[in-house]
Design a protein. Sequence first.
Length: 241
Amino acid sequence: MNSDALKRLVIATRNSHKAGEIQTILGKGFQCRTLRDFPDAPEVIEDAATFAGNATKKAVELARWLGSEISNFKSSISGAFVLADDSGLEVDALNGAPGVFSARFAAMDSGAMENSTDAANNAKLLRLLENVPLEKRTARFRCVLALAPLEFKNQNSEIEISSPVCYADELELRTEIFDGACEGRIEFAPRGQGGFGYDPLFVPVGFEKSFAELGDEIKNRLSHRAKALEKLKARFNSHDQ
């Protein structure tokens, strides 16, 4: 494929599992880079009350930072978009928790803001659902993607990088949102060695195996992230016509 035809994305994550999953689902028409390629990128505090709020905040702040680094990155990511996602598990018996706190579910017990290990998060979830019967263990994975245009501002631009609030507002208005959800249930114990996060506990509707048992090929057709990414691909395909 001609490199000029590739859609360039900078994914706002350092999580290699997530980045690999996104690249696999999007396919060869997309060239994805991550924050591992930009080690000086700022950490974004995910303090919004919704998945959409967190995803938008990450996309806008990274796009603004990359856009200010003209000499460093312009040649390699000109014409790219910043893609950020926020996703998590919503358990009905827990009134939608862990939700936006999915990655740091266990750490919240000590008031910490950093992410917990997958094992710690899964253990806490099982503990909270210990006495909940199978029929009431319904849950869903939800994903929201935010796509922000990447533009390089120079000193002659109408909107100066030195006015970050205005630039952030402009970027937020131009950021597009795509969402997806996958319904299922929470098992009583982890099953399978694949996947990451809550995958060993989550069994999607219509299956008897967990995401960690089903394998990437099936998961990448069913998952919340796959459904959101299909909408993203449709967006690019419609613009190409």
